[in-house]
Write a protein that binds this ligand. Structure first.
Ligand code: SF4
Length: 172
C-alpha cells in the first residue's frame, strides 16, 4: 500500500502536534482560513502520495544524473517523502519482468491518477526499433502509459524536441 504524507512524516519523527501546527500554518499562509486546517490534515492523512512512473527513451541519462545530485530538496526527500516514485528503471532495484509488472500495477491501481515523467524520446524511424523497452518499441510503451496518466512531464531536451537523436544524419 502506498504511504500517505502523514505516514512519511510520522516515520521521520514528526510529532502529531507539529503535524497539526503545519496544517494550520499551511491553511493560513494559503489564505484559506483556520477552517481549512482539518481538511488539509485529513487529506494528508488519507490520500496516498502521487505515484510517478519515470520512463527512459533515447537519451544520455544526464537528466537523471542532474536530478540525483540536486540539493534543494535532496533527491532522497523527493523520492522517499514527497512523491511515490514507483518506477524508474535507472534508479530502482527491480529489473526485467519484475520491473515491467510495476508499471502495469501502477497503471491499473492509479488509473488517471499517476504522473508520467519521460526522459529521452521515442524514436519513430523503422517503426520505433531504435529503442526497445522490454522487447517492444519504446513508443508503444510510452503511448500506453500516457493514455491513463494524470499529467505528463517531458524532462529535458531529448523528451521535449528530440535533441541529438533527432539531428541529421542520425537514423533514429
Ligand atoms: S536532455 Fe537528453 S542529452 Fe540532454 S542531459 Fe537530458 S538526457 Fe542528456
Amino acid at each position: 500500500m502506498t504511504e500517505t504524507f502523514y505516514d512519511v512524516l510520522r516515520r521521520q519523527g514528526i510529532t502529531r502536534r507539529s503535524f497539526l501546527k503545519f496544517c494550520s500554518l499551511t491553511a493560513t499562509s494559503l489564505g484559506l482560513g483556520s477552517a481549512a486546517a482539518p481538511k488539509i490534515a485529513y487529506a494528508l492523512e488519507n490520500k496516498p502520495r502521487t505515484p510517478v512512473i519515470w520512463l527512459h527513451g533515447l537519451e544520455c541519462t544526464c537528466c537523471s544524473e542532474s536530478f540525483i545530485r540536486s540539493a534543494h530538496p535532496l533527491t532522497k526527500d523527493v523520492v522517499l517523502s514527497m512523491l511515490s516514485l514507483d518506477y524508474d528503471d535507472t534508479l530502482m532495484a527491480a529489473a526485467g519482468h519484475q520491473a515491467e509488472a510495476i508499471i502495469e500495477e501502477v497503471k491499473k491501481k492509479y488509473k488517471g491518477n499517476y504522473i508520467l515523467a519521460v526522459e529521452g524520446n521515442p524514436p519513430l524511424n523503422e517503426d520505433g526499433m531504435f529503442c526497445i523497452h522490454g522487447g517492444r518499441p519504446f513508443v508503444e510503451i510510452l503511448k500506453e502509459t500516457a493514455a491513463d496518466a494524470k499529467a505528463i512531464i517531458s524532462w529535458g531536451s531529448c523528451a521535449s524536441w528530440g535533441c541529438v537523436q533527432a539531428a541529421k544524419p542520425n537514423p533514429s
